[in-house]
Design a protein around this ligand. Structure first.
Ligand SMILES: [Zn+2]
Length: 362
């Protein structure tokens, strides 16, 4: 259609100029007017959700950047390099010096003012030995033969755990598995289990990909309904890929009692559009509900929607911040529709198939 060309075809509002004509018609005439472009009834009240950004729903705009793999540490684990690391470490160099000078364990009065790490190594004095110029410790765990482990300074703990957790063959396994790998490695360091735990807990890749072990759930609550078409629930899904007739959103309306659900394609998600569809497509066919439930979206909180509910004497309820799942029934329907659309929409680009599928599946 050319820009500026008017049409009387129902539901065929397709460019900006047409929608401007509609707005004018709504505001300048009396109550309940016939809108040329929309082909239906609409309220003459100003729509305060007019400037709502279309891309607000769906995929989050301000997503944090994806987590990056840590770089391979530039650390040499050859015998000479390890000798150098031990010599340059403040604590291990002192232990090495003591071990070469004396055979007896240092007395408490000599080490009482020393650091925790110094006390950690001196407490294992009998297990420590110097082999090939490197400080090693005899380490034995139940049901496993004893092995000599190289004592490593704290500064090299992260590079070691990188090779156990981040390397391509390691697959970012959990704390338990990585600790088992650490025990099998030829290295030993202070607080092995705690450092592994801290490293894995702070891993960005794991934090992004892994689900919590137990998902928290809100307490279930029963919703008491009296009769069919008495209480309705509504929600908007989208934006979806644009159809031939420019529809982009879906309005889901469901009856709490009978679970009858209807889904309507929409051009936009303005309050006027939503109110118009509810009146023309639902109220005219099934009658007026006594209660209408929705989430806290701007369309439902807008003046036009409140006026509509007031006129039709509908009690308007909404989800609260503390119970965001109270419209769970319609949210679940949205998920089903979303699943179906995502499988078909790319090839057919037609909502109709999904609608039919959806009803067949009910
Ligand atoms: Zn990880």
């Amino acid at each position: 259609m050319k820009k500026g060309e008017k049409t009387e075809v129902i539901g065929a509002v397709s460019d900006e100029s047409d929608s401007k004509v509609d707005e004018h018609a709504q505001t300048s005439t009396g109550l309940w007017t016939k809108v040329p472009g929309q082909g239906g009834l609409s309220l003459p009240i100003d729509d305060d959700s007019e400037e709502l950004p279309v891309e607000r729903r769906g995929r989050k705009q301000n997503r944090p950047p994806p987590a990056k793999q840590k770089r391979k540490p530039d650390v040499d684990f050859s015998l000479d390099a390890i000798k150098e690391y031990q010599q340059s470490d403040e604590i291990l160099s002192k232990i090495l010096k003591l071990k070469t000078e004396q055979t007896e364990k240092p007395a408490w009065k000599d080490i009482s003012d020393k650091s925790l790490e110094f006390k950690f190594w001196s407490a294992r004095w009998e297990l420590l030995e110097i082999k090939n110029g490197v400080l090693v410790m005899k380490w034995k765990e139940a049901a496993r033969p004893a092995q000599w482990k190289v004592c490593m300074p704290g500064s090299l703990v992260d590079p070691i755990i990188w090779y156990l957790h981040d390397a391509r063959t390691c697959g970012h396994l959990g704390i338990k598995k990585i600790y088992e790998r650490a025990k099998l490695s030829p290295f030993y360091w202070r607080n092995m289990e705690d450092t592994v735990k801290m490293y894995v807990n702070q891993c960005d890749i794991c934090g992004e990909r892994k689900d919590p072990r137990f998902r928290k759930r809100h307490q279930m609550k029963s919703y008491i309904v009296g009769a069919p078409f008495e209480q309705l629930v509504t929600d908007i899904a989208g934006p979806f890929p644009v159809m031939k007739n420019k529809n982009k959103y879906i309005l889901v309306v469901a009856d709490y009692f009978s679970k009858l659900t209807e889904i309507y394609p929409m051009l936009d998600m303005r309050a006027t559009t939503v109110a118009d569809i509810i009146v023309r497509a639902w109220v005219k066919r099934y009658g007026c509900p006594t209660e209408l439930h929705s989430d806290q979206d701007r369309q439902y909180e807008s003046l036009i929607f409140k006026e509509l509910c007031q006129l039709l004497e509908i009690h308007k309820t909404r989800t609260t911040s503390l119970h965001p799942r109270s419209d769970g029934m319609v949210e679940r329907m949205n998920r089903t529709v979303n699943d179906m659309l995502s499988k078909y929409i790319k090839t057919h680009q037609r909502l109709g198939y999904a609608f039919r599928l959806y009803y067949n599946g009910l």
